[in-house]
Ligand binder design. Structure first.
Ligand code: WT7
Length: 653
């Protein structure tokens, strides 16, 4: 199809009804919506049967003390047992849990029996290191099978894990370790990215000079590069875990026992520790994985192309799929190593039937051109998913056409680290999908779009996306900060969960997500706080003041653009100041937080009350005509900025 035909099609208001074969055998039907609406409690009690409980729960949700929810509170279970052992006991020990594909091309096929044995060994190893129920363990690993094993070993012991994305800096790691009081860190010598080994162990060593309380570090050997091992603290995974028994009896924990903490950016400087608990989270993720992807565990090969360091990896690479006994692909590296067809080669090789990825990846593939997917046999695909940011209709149609051969449904799934599970999404066997719309709440979930007064908006209008009823995988609180939990999510609208996203209802009442309404940016599907990056910039000795905005970007959705005022004594900062500041941000937070552009300015536009007017900075960053400047203290500031703009520096690598 030529680009011209494609854009003509986009002018049509196309609807994509479910393919007949899929609709005929779909997991979710109209009846599912009806059952969930008629009696949500009974619906969720039914979904809880997806798990093997040691003590069956008799309660569903306890919402007597909002916003602190309890789900299935009188039930007890073991998360790792539900992901591993029980599949072996049911006779599926030989089923592949993961086809692992390393970036350099090494592969591993891990069956449920092998995964179970490795998790038991790792649980024994952590026990020997003194880890018991409630202790926190940090995991800072590349995308390798040991990351899954480590998470499940923690879960097996009731020790909440906190996985820190391998791209975060040692400072970011130290902050997280300190915030939740980590005692053991699991890391690797390094991992492969873009053909070169990255360095993880030395980042851990540095982090541990900045925080206390970590007594052991387990190191997976991945790249074989030289690392320093600290006597009495550091242990090689292959020695220490490999030498353990693969017998281990799982202990049952209450449904509300903490499962993990995942840090995410908020609108203030410090990352928030989102706390997820066991029973409700496993019910919510396994149910939505089955529903939104129409999962058939006996035949599907499922691939979530997201890093385990983000919630997508937790819910749809690890917990949801494993509870469902799924065969998944796990890929370590980047999409263009060693060539731009790597993803499609993987799909052909493993006969992947369901692919789940972010719009930013799709837009990148669009840029590279269809000749890469066209070289591979993608006929195994039967469903495509999108997550992480609003998907533009062009990308949606391209994805369906070039990857899905115009045959397969696309599900645009809206959710958050906080929601734990998919909340708004088409159901592939039911919904008439519209390119760019997340459509409706999944059966059992209740969302709405409201105005400033918390009133539901009529069809055809926009407002804020809220969740109106508790859901099983919801965050329970922010680690150590109940008040911030209440303030952030439950104070804007009485009794409603405020997601921080703008949304509109179209004339049919279907939901379109419009992006964040707070100071949170979405860069390549990664959440970044403007304040956090401003703080990083201001911590540099040459910087007096900084303002950061998210500017629309064709590939990454949003891109980070920073405006900085240098300290007088720094003069003009020298020729390399912009590079110096970008490197500084990478060291403080991580390479993903490096601004695409830094503009050195004399002044920042402020309102009379002293608030920086980001709207105007965004106009500049996006090369737009300036908006209303009448509330500025001094509107000449804007002209000054426009006239004195430092030349935009190189784009983010
Ligand atoms: C924010 C949550 C959910 C896992 C990955 C990101 C944005 C997410 C969509 C979507 C429009 C989306 C929202 C949300 N977002 N999915 N399908 N359409 N926007 O998790 O880092 O917690 O970010 O990502 O703005 O609030 P996260």
């Amino acid at each position: 199809m030529s680009d011209e035909t494609l854009s003509n099609l986009l002018r049509e208001e196309r609807r994509f009804p479910p393919p007949k074969e899929l609709a005929g055998s779909a997991n979710v039907t109209d009846a599912t919506y009806e059952q969930a609406a008629d009696d949500p409690d009974a619906f969720w009690a039914e979904q809880a049967k997806r798990l093997d409980w040691d003590t069956e729960p008799t309660e569903t949700v306890d919402w007597s003390n909002p916003p602190f929810a309890k789900w299935f509170a009188d039930g007890t279970l073991n998360a790792a047992y539900n992901c591993c052992d029980r599949h072996v006991e049911a006779g599926h020990g030989d089923r592949v849990a993961f086809y692992f594909e390393g970036e350099p091309g090494d592969t591993r096929e891990i069956t449920y029996a092998q995964l179970t044995a490795e998790v038991k060994q790792a649980a024994n190893a952590l026990t020997e290191l003194g880890v018991t129920s409630g202790d926190r363990v940090a995991i800072y690993l590349p995308m390798i099978p040991e990351a899954v094993v480590a998470m499940l070993a923690c879960a097996r012991l009731g020790a909440p894990h906190t996985v820190v994305f391998g791209g975060f800096s040692s400072d970011a790691l130290a902050t997280r370790i300190a915030d939740c009081g980590v005692e053991v860190v699991i890391t690797a010598d390094g991992g492969y990215r873009r053909g070169a080994p990255s360095d993880l162990k030395s980042a851990v060593d540095q982090a541990l000079t900045k925080c206390e309380g970590v007594r052991s570090v387990l190191v997976v050997q991945r790249t074989g590069q030289d690392v320093e091992m600290t006597e009495g603290r550091d242990l090689w995974w292959h020695d220490f875990v490999g030498g353990q028994s693969d017998e281990h009896t799982p202990e049952a924990f209450p449904a509300e026992h903490p499962l993990y903490i995942m840090y995410t950016s908020g609108s203030t400087g410090t990352p928030k520790g989102i706390l997820h608990t066991t029973g409700g989270y496993l019910v919510g993720t396994s149910y939505t994985h089955w529903a939104a992807f129409d999962l058939k565990p006996e035949t599907d090969v499922f691939w979530t192309a997201a890093d385990i360091g983000w919630v997508t990896g937790h819910s749809y690479l690890v917990y949801g799929p494993l509870v469902n006994g799924t065969t998944s692909v796990m890929y370590e590296g980047t999409p263009n190593t060693p060539h731009q067809g790597r993803w499609w080669e993987i799909i052909e090789k493993y006969r992947v039937s369901i692919l789940y990825c972010a719009p930013t990846a799709i837009r990148t593939f669009m840029k590279w051109g269809p000749e890469f997917p066209e070289q591979f046999d993608l006929s195994s695909l039967r469903l495509l998913g999108s997550v992480g940011e609003p998907i533009n209709p062009e990308a949606w149609v391209w994805y369906r056409h070039y990857i899905g051969g115009d045959r397969v449904p696309v599900v645009d799934t809206w959710w958050q680290t906080e929601t734990g599970m998919i909340m708004v999404s088409p159901m592939p066997g039911v919904s008439e999908a519209k390119p760019g719309a997340a459509m409706t709440a999944v059966p059992g979930v209740s969302v709405d779009v409201v105005n400033d007064e918390a009133h539901s908006v009529p069809n055809g209008s926009g407002g804020y996306l809220v969740v109106t009823k508790p859901w099983p995988a919801m965050l329970r609180t922010l680690w150590g900060d109940d008040q911030r939990f209440i303030d952030t999510y439950w104070s804007r609208f009485e009794g409603l969960y405020f997601a921080g996203d703008g949304a509109k209802k179209d004339d049919d009442g279907d939901i379109w997500l419009l992006g964040r309404v707070d100071d949170v940016m979405n860069v390549s599907g990664h959440r970044m706080s403007t304040t956090e990056i401003e703080s990083a910039l201001v911590s540099h000795p040459k910087v007096a003041e900084a303002a950061v905005v998210g500017a629309t970007d064709d590939t990454t959705g949003q891109a980070i653009v920073a405006f900085v005022i240098l300290r007088t004594e720094a003069g003009d900062g020298g020729p390399d100041v912009v590079q110096e500041l970008r490197t500084h941000v990478a060291a403080e937070i991580g390479a993903i937080a490096k601004p695409r552009q830094i503009m050195v300015v004399e002044e920042l536009p402020k309102t009379r009350s002293g608030k920086i007017m980001r709207r105007l900075l965004r106009d500049i960053a996006e090369n737009r005509e300036l908006g209303d400047v009448t509330t500025l203290t001094d509107s000449s500031v804007m002209t000054l900025i426009k006239d004195n703009l430092a030349k935009p520096d190189s784009p983010q690598e």
